[in-house]
Design a protein around this ligand. Structure first.
Ligand SMILES: NC(=O)c1ccc[n+]([C@@H]2O[C@H](COP(=O)([O-])OP(=O)(O)OC[C@H]3O[C@@H](n4cnc5c(N)ncnc54)[C@H](OP(=O)(O)O)[C@@H]3O)[C@@H](O)[C@H]2O)c1
Length: 209
């Protein structure tokens, strides 16, 4: 029995991962604001990850379901690439909540529901290792995840991975094609890498695609 939990699935990377695993896995569970996939093998939780109280309720439902997961993929991440002084406090909080705090809270709730030989995968990026103009809060949130993941990999016996695509052609970058100079990663490369992690062919903590 193979069960996977993914945050964010209504579009692009998250959706591609969910569709892919629906073909081969026994149960796919996901958390997102909208539901776009129909399949008997899936369970969808509607949730805006930026809303703390509602998110608590949804995470509790996952705990109550007592489902034990083999793989958890933390894919959620919103961005606003503007100068720090032009970002609203609301936008700053949304980025910190969705990109960092929602993952910490989710894992704190479900850590007991994950198989001993589980894999925890964070979708991170090669671009975030560089100091980028106008990315202050975005990089603060993503670097929080990086070190959170690193410490989990030390504290837990299970496997924890940072999966780093370059630019993936999604709506994420629709207004900022200038970042495409980082080079491109195909969705299929991400799927192959996740497959290799789940079959233990890939054991590195940090994987640059
Ligand atoms: N695209 C790239 O070039 C690239 C490169 C490296 C890493 N990444 C990382 O890959 C991950 C996925 O990126 P993507 O390109 O697939 O993003 P995307 O195309 O912008 O997808 C956005 C997704 O986020 C969901 N979402 C937005 N706000 C939400 C919220 N408050 N609560 C719950 N769901 C929310 C949206 O669904 P709804 O609107 O239905 O909620 C949608 O499914 C992110 O962590 C990103 O940082 C992306």
């Amino acid at each position: 029995m193979k069960r996977i939990l993914i945050t964010w699935t209504s579009s692009w990377i998250g959706k591609a991962i969910a569709q892919y695993f629906l073909n081969t896995w026994n149960m796919v569970v996901w958390i997102s604001r909208t539901n776009v996939l129909q399949n008997d093998l899936y369970k969808h939780y509607t949730c805006d990850l930026s809303e703390i109280e509602k998110r608590n309720d949804v995470f509790q439902k996952i705990v109550d379901s007592k489902v034990v997961f083999d793989v958890v993929i933390c894919n959620a991440g919103v961005w606003a690439f503007w100068k720090f002084d032009s970002l609203s406090q609301k936008k700053n909080e949304e980025m910190m909540q969705v990109n960092l705090l929602s993952h910490i809270q989710l894992l704190h709730n479900i850590i007991w529901q994950i198989e001993e030989q589980w894999s925890l995968i964070f979708i991170w990026s090669v671009a975030w290792k560089k100091f980028m103009e106008n990315w202050a809060i975005y990089q603060a949130s993503k670097f929080g995840i990086r070190w959170f993941a690193w410490w989990l990999s030390k504290e837990l016996s299970q496997s924890v991975h940072l999966l780093n695509p370059k630019i993936v052609d999604t709506l994420f970058h629709k207004d900022i094609k200038k970042y495409l100079h980082h080079g491109e990663t195909k969705i299929t490369d991400i799927l192959t890498c996740i497959d290799n992690i789940t079959t233990k062919k890939e054991i590195r903590f940090e994987i640059d695609l």
